[in-house]
Write a new protein. Structure first.
Length: 420
């Protein structure tokens, strides 16, 4: 997501954003939780983006924000009018959202010393205004956490269209909290002729001894050329050295982005009816016999919540058919927040239920979730004042671990105990 490095002074930005905070203080997230009907009502095709519907090239307007950072910050703050999303407004009240929806994961507890990863000045993942290190997958291998993440920087190609560009790299941790970036292997893909591409938003799954890395590849200015844009695949045996496979849908007639492969709690890809399943943005679903060759089709059932984050199966042995599709987008007032949808292996294309409120959203008490630096004094570093999105989820040592983006700049951690 997003664009434009800082070009104004920190002091002026701090002044106008502090003023904006005061003006929006009254717009707090709803404290009550509610229960929805089992079958969601008919949904709009807006993709959960409030007033930011997909463009003709499959991008979103928030990927190309204006120079007016004050206006952008106000726009992407909490607003029931702008960011309610695809959900009905007449939600009945309930005391406990997770007790009423036992299929869901949560409640989520944010790590007290967030963030767990930040941009490195001068490096390939140095960050910029509106973007840093985020939208990565987490894999536990041989007792270590491998966080395979998207790193952003200002555009470094002369005469290129766009103001930022991304690549993918890896950081490793013994405890899932304290990460060391692997500079020997990172970054992965922007080499040689491929330096012109931006690689973003990672989803990794394992089959046997092979890891499959799915991400978005963009060539800014030619986004409608689907032979070089959209879902990209690379494979690895060790999560460090990657072999490029290439674009998955080169003959597509519409954008294929943010694909997430259905996987179990150990991040192993699983099949339904003999095929691997991938959920994508814009209500697409794809199938593959081998994780390499994919064929997509339109899902006739609209999904509330926005973009796809993660697809989880086999997480509850008492309900082996359950699938949770995690989403990220406009959610009951939040510009970007996490949603959870219940699907089943018998009907993996139609939501059977969904949480009526976001289980994981930005909170104003955390500066790094509201467009400010984690370190005091808290300077503005992003226009995305109410923005949480994630791609990384795994189960380890009796807990679920989510690695989510704070303001699109930091990686943060939230956990919840396993139920079964």
């Amino acid at each position: 997501m997003k664009q434009h490095p800082v070009r104004t002074t920190v002091l002026l930005l701090a002044l106008f954003v502090t003023k904006a905070l005061a003006q929006t203080q009254a717009n707090q997230p709803p404290s009550e939780v509610s229960v929805l009907p089992l079958a969601p009502p008919a949904l709009s095709a807006g993709g959960g983006k409030g007033d930011s519907a997909p463009r003709t090239d499959g991008m979103f307007d928030w990927q190309f924000p204006s120079e007016n950072k004050e206006a952008e910050w106000k726009k992407y703050s909490f607003s029931i009018d702008r960011w309610w999303g695809d959900f009905p407004h007449d939600l009945p009240d309930r005391m406990d959202m997770f007790a009423d929806h036992p299929w869901a994961l949560g409640p989520w507890s944010k790590y007290a010393d967030n963030p767990v990863l930040a941009p490195t000045p001068g490096a390939w993942d140095q960050g910029r205004y509106d973007g840093g290190v985020h939208n990565g997958s987490i894999i536990v291998k041989d007792g270590k956490f491998y966080y395979i993440y998207r790193g952003e920087r200002p555009m470094d190609i002369e005469h290129a269209i766009g103001s930022y560009i991304c690549d993918i790299g890896v950081a490793v941790s013994d405890d899932g909290i304290h990460f060391t970036k692997d500079d020997a292997h990172s970054s992965f893909f922007r080499k040689g002729d491929d330096r012109k591409y931006s690689y973003e938003d990672v989803n990794v799954a394992r089959v046997g001894d092979t890891y499959y890395l799915f991400c978005n590849q963009w060539f800014w200015g030619k986004q409608e050329d689907f032979s070089i844009n959209g879902m990209f695949l690379a494979t690895s045996k060790d999560l460090l050295n990657w072999q490029k496979v290439g674009i998955l849908f080169p003959n597509a007639t519409t954008t294929h982005r943010n694909g997430v492969v259905l996987q179990n709690p150990q991040n192993e890809a699983i099949k339904i009816n003999g095929k691997y399943v991938m959920y994508l943005d814009h209500n697409l679903v794809a199938y593959s016999p081998d994780m390499i060759h994919w064929k997509s089709e339109k899902n006739p059932n609209l999904m509330p919540g926005g973009e796809t984050c993660f697809a989880l199966a086999d997480y509850d042995p008492t309900h082996p058919d359950n699938i949770i599709l995690f989403t990220g987008g406009a959610h009951t007032g939040h510009f970007y927040a996490v949603g959870e949808l219940l699907l089943t292996k018998k009907d993996w294309l139609k939501p059977a239920a969904y949480l009526p409120r976001s289980p994981l959203f930005a909170e104003k008490k955390y500066p790094f979730e509201n467009g400010f630096t984690a370190e005091a004094p808290h300077h503005p570093i992003s226009s995305f004042a109410d923005c949480i999105f994630f791609n990384g989820l795994t189960r380890h040592n009796g807990k679920w671990w989510i690695y989510y983006g704070g303001s699109e700049y930091y990686t943060c951690l939230a956990t919840t105990p396993t139920k079964n």
